[in-house]
Write a protein that binds this ligand. Sequence first.
Ligand SMILES: Cc1cc2nc3c(=O)[nH]c(=O)nc-3n(C[C@H](O)[C@H](O)[C@H](O)COP(=O)(O)OP(=O)(O)OC[C@H]3O[C@@H](n4cnc5c(N)ncnc54)[C@H](O)[C@@H]3O)c2cc1C
Length: 422
Amino acid sequence: MCKIIVIGAGAAGLAAGQRLRQLGHDVLVLEAQDRIGGRVLTQHSDDGNVIELGAEFIHGEHAATWAAMQAAGQPLQAEDVVEVGQTAVRRIYVLDGRIVAGDSPFANEVERWKDSLDTHQHDDTTDLVSVADWFEQPVLAGDIAALIAQDRIARYEAAPASRLSVTALRREHKQHQSGGRNFRVTCGYDRLINLLAQGLNIRLNTPVWQVNWQADGAEVVTDDGQRLRARHVVVTVPVSLLQMGMLQFNPPLPAAKRRALHALEMGQAYKLVLRFRQAFWPEIDFLVTQGTVQTWWPLTQQQGEAALMSFTAGPAALHLSALGEAGAVARALAELERVFGAVVREQFIGAVVKDWSLDPWARGAYTYTAVGTADARDVLAQPIGPLHFAGEATLSNGHHATVHGAIESGWRVGEEIGSAKS
Ligand SMILES: Cc1cc2nc3c(=O)[nH]c(=O)nc-3n(C[C@H](O)[C@H](O)[C@H](O)COP(=O)(O)OP(=O)(O)OC[C@H]3O[C@@H](n4cnc5c(N)ncnc54)[C@H](O)[C@@H]3O)c2cc1C
């Protein structure tokens, strides 16, 4: 019998496995896919270009991911734009085909609306006020700055504004401790994943479909019929898959745990990269448009090529998904053409697309906190007998939906098991 089985080799599973290995435990990591990393998915091309189809930024100089890359001597590139609470200078908006600078009165008005969510007095003991409720009056009155602010808040969380809890967002913003600056991992985010995986016993292509458990241990059943016994099992499978019953628990998880699991909601995201012979856009960090494709940013490319990454999240991501890959690329090109003209098609070389709603081992991007689900993350994080739960969804300190949050959750479980009597 192996002492500990970790299900899933994403950031959370690898961090848990690594912490337990360092504590001297015998750990086996079972991963469904033929690769590690989960929602970190880096594409390296032969000519040295790096495209992040999943996580792209390290959020903050206090994040576990930042510390890990510093310790490994890996270069990070700081973004000038700060997401929370400060005016973005190199973010530009496109309104009705017109480019509006990031330091214009209009852009400041967007930031003011965004900040209002955190600064205004707001008494919602029922936790039933959504971001859409919060912005309802100004949006109905046709205030475009309020509409864009609402859209940006919801998109960042990959959520529909009508589901996202204002109370939870405010709490999470207050608790968020990782710092405000964004960094890119120039060598690729997968470098971090490989560091986390060093020395671990990982079995790829091994989906687990059932966990039979009792007070003193568990049996893990894999797709190919293997039955593996362990004293502890760490579950890091995305909540979307747990909600769909893709991993069965026998006996079923207690009712409180199931309620928490189903209360959490998985946001959607669609990443689409357009490659061009050369750049035709001004010096920008972010371009925010009003189309289906919402945010664009330039990627650093080798060999004189140029590329724009786009991030579309929430209901708009499902909209793009419904168009199919070719339809989504056509839509993205058409929307850029409205801003920059015919040069878009003249310079276009090709596209790379990742639709997270269709990824069979994620079925979404990351969780957001919906109205009325205040304590769901804490309940989900609690161990039950030999079962331990990690993954981005189990963080209630505002670090969910991030790689550093996933790592923190893995460490938490590592300590939990490390300190348990075996
Ligand atoms: C488009 C996108 C952009 C993002 N941008 C950022 C960003 O810029 N910065 C940031 O910090 N975070 C970002 N995130 C969020 C971040 O990627 C995730 O929060 C984090 O990677 C989740 O890690 P995890 O270990 O919890 O889950 P996962 O990475 O999903 O790992 C779970 C693993 O379990 C495996 N698995 C699933 N089911 C089974 C099974 N039955 N048996 C065995 N294995 C199974 C999966 O294959 C997967 O490898 C982004 C995510 C997306 C999708």
